[in-house]
Structures are given as C-alpha cells and as structure tokens.
Design a binder for this molecule. Structure first.
Ligand code: MG
Length: 363
C-alpha cells in the first residue's frame, strides 16, 4: 500500500502533508518476490510449495528437513545448502563467513550426519575491499578447522557496483549418516521430550542492533556457533535422538511448528522454560518482537526419548554452545499438528508461523 497522493494535491491553502505511507504488514503476492518470501514463515512455505516442490518433486525434498539424506552406493549421504546475505556482513559475535560455515555444517548435523566437506560460492560486488573478503574467508576456515570439515570446491562471481551488497555466500555441505541412524520429523512420537540447547533470539537481535546502530548497556553478541560436536556427543552417549533442528530463521517457534506439522503431532511448550538474555528481551520489548520467533545461529531443538533426557542434557551442557540447555516441552498427542504454548497460569495458546519477515537479511 502507499499513500503517495497525500503529498502532491492542491489542499486549498491548508498545510500540505508530505508523507509516504507504507503498510508494514507483508502483503501476500503471487506475481512478485517480496522480502517476506525470505522470512522462513508462511510466505516462504507458500513460495516453496508453489514454485519449487512442484518442479523438483521427489521423496527427499518432500521430507521438509534441514537437508536431504540420500543413498550413495551402500552409504547414506546428508546434503544441505544455504545462501547468506546478512547485512551488515560483520556483526558482534561473527560475520557472514562464520555464519555460512556454521549454518551449513549445522544443517548437515541436524540430519544426523557427521559433516565432512563443504563447497563455497561467492557473489562479490565490484569495489568490495579484498581485505574484507580475506577476513570473511579466514572466519570460514576457523570454523572448518574447529569442526573438522574441508572446503573442497568453490566458485567466484562478480557483479557490477550497486548490483549486490559486497559479499553473498552460498555453502553446500555433505556428511555421512551412520548405518541405521534415523533423525527426522517422522520419527517424533507421543511422549518425546523437547530440549532446547541455548538461550533464545540472540543472533537476530545482535545483527539488528548492529544494522540499526542501537546500543545497549552490554553489546549483544550473536550465538553463531557450530553444533556438530554437540550432536555427535548425543549419539556417542547413546541418546535416542528422534529429530533435530537448528532454530535459525523464524526462531524456536518456527522450528517447532515445522516439525509438529510434518510429524503430525501436538507439541506443548512451557512459556517459562527457556532462557532469554536481559538485553535481548529488552530489545524485543522495545521493537515489539517475540523472542521465540527471532533467529539463533548456535541453538537447536532436540526431540529425544523420555528415558534419555538426563543423558542428553548432560551432553548439551558440556558443550560451550549448550550451557543454557533445558527441557522446554513434550509431544502430547499424535493427532493434532500444532504447537501449544502453556503459561504458568495454566492457559494455553496455539503458536503459528509468522506470515512474512520480522527482521530481513539477518542470515
Ligand atoms: Mg536449519
């Protein structure tokens, strides 16, 4: 919507109102791409269903997981890809390179795989300082070394000045899934316990604060971190991990809703169960954002068998990214595909995916 006419008319001697009105709510559209299509909410899902699923229809894509687990000879290969357009490309706690490596390695790990190899494609804008690119690549290599993956192939393209925003990165990761291991939404069942590995909303708020120049008493740092060793620790400890998802775009809420919808189960979470840092909460209140929908980049939800909860929490809390790990909910029924938020007063409400984009270009 726009109210461009408000400024230009003869107002009969009255003061002219030179204002441009725009509608903050994302407008659903089928003929043009809008920012909301990148938000990881309902509009993204609709775009995927309308354009991509129909074209590439196959059983692996249909699992709607963080990546695909495909057979390769006698092995099972997990493969996942992601593109990164975060603005600004350097933010407290990370940069676009760290984000790209962590995000892709984490998605491979969420498939239950050990990440092994990564490809990296760079789309660079003419005029970008080589030194900035060096810093970004060095961040990628630091994560690769930490996780034990190799960046084995890549691509470089340059677009004219003004046709990009310095550095965009696409990363694809592959890993091996151990024989017999199944980690996917369709393994979630009634009685499973939902664990959350970290505090909520830190990445999205860190990037937004850097972009908008909003300062808080303490600098909010992104939680961007690799999660592969935490996931491997769960398997090594013998935890029956039914499903994993990193709570990136769309936050914890979207991760849970997506799993509940694919698994066709009702998930109940308690509204006092998770940790939000005071500065993150303050920023959310200031901007009218719900932390449960804000992106994290070093935090996962794990659906585990009820008898393995203590074991799983011990593994998570031993990891630097998992010190806030806790039980946040449970799978109640295997009939209603929804997520319910139960308050300490006993009331409950259904959590739904957001329509469009709360914070564009945070990953
Ligand atoms: Mg993911």
């Amino acid at each position: 919507m726009s109210g461009n006419d408000a400024g230009g008319k003869d107002t009969g001697g009255k003061a002219r109102l030179d204002v441009q009105l725009s509608c903050p709510a994302p407008v659903g559209t089928r003929d043009r791409v809008v920012l909301g299509h990148g938000g990881g909410g309902l509009m993204t899902n609709r775009l995927i269903e309308d354009v991509f699923l129909g074209a590439f229809d196959n059983p692996w894509l249909g699992t709607r997981h963080d990546g695909a687990v495909v057979p390769l000879g006698t092995a099972r290969l997990a493969i996942s890809t992601d593109s990164y357009v975060v603005s600004p490309m350097f933010f407290p706690g990370g940069d676009i390179g760290k984000l790209a490596l962590c995000g892709t390695v984490n998605d491979v790990a969420m498939c239950g795989a050990r990440p092994l190899y990564v490809s990296a494609g760079f789309i660079l804008e003419e005029g970008t300082p080589i030194e900035a690119l060096r810093r970004v690549v060095s961040s990628m290599q630091a994560v690769a070394r930490e996780v034990g993956v190799q960046v084995v192939t890549g691509d470089t393209k340059v677009v004219e000045r003004g046709r990009g925003d310095q550095i965009y990165i696409n990363t694809t990761g592959v890993g091996l899934v151990e024989a017999g291991r199944q980690v996917a939404p369709n393994r979630v069942r009634e009685g499973d316990v939902v664990l959350l590995s970290g505090d909520v909303g830190r990445h999205g708020i860190a990037v937004m604060s850097a972009r908008e120049g909003v300062a808080f008493e303490t600098t909010i740092e992104s939680d961007c971190a690799p999660l592969a060793s935490m996931v491997q620790g769960l398997f090594d400890a013998g935890v029956d991990v039914r499903c994993l998802r990193d709570c990136t775009r769309g936050g914890v809420a979207s991760a849970l809703v997506e799993i509940a919808e694919v698994a066709r189960v009702e998930v109940e979470i308690r509204d006092d169960a998770w940790v939000v840092e005071a500065e993150v909460l303050g920023a959310c209140e200031l901007f009218g954002l719900d932390p449960l929908f804000i992106a994290n980049e070093g935090c996962l939800v794990a659906f585990v068998a009820p008898e393995d909860v203590a074991k799983a929490l011990a593994v998570m809390r031993a990891d630097p990214a998992g010190r806030h790990a806790r039980e946040v909910g449970r799978v109640m029924k295997a009939e209603r595909a929804e997520v319910r938020l139960r308050s300490s007063l006993g009331t409950s409400r259904v959590i739904e995916l957001l329509s469009g984009e709360q914070l564009p270009r945070i990953c």
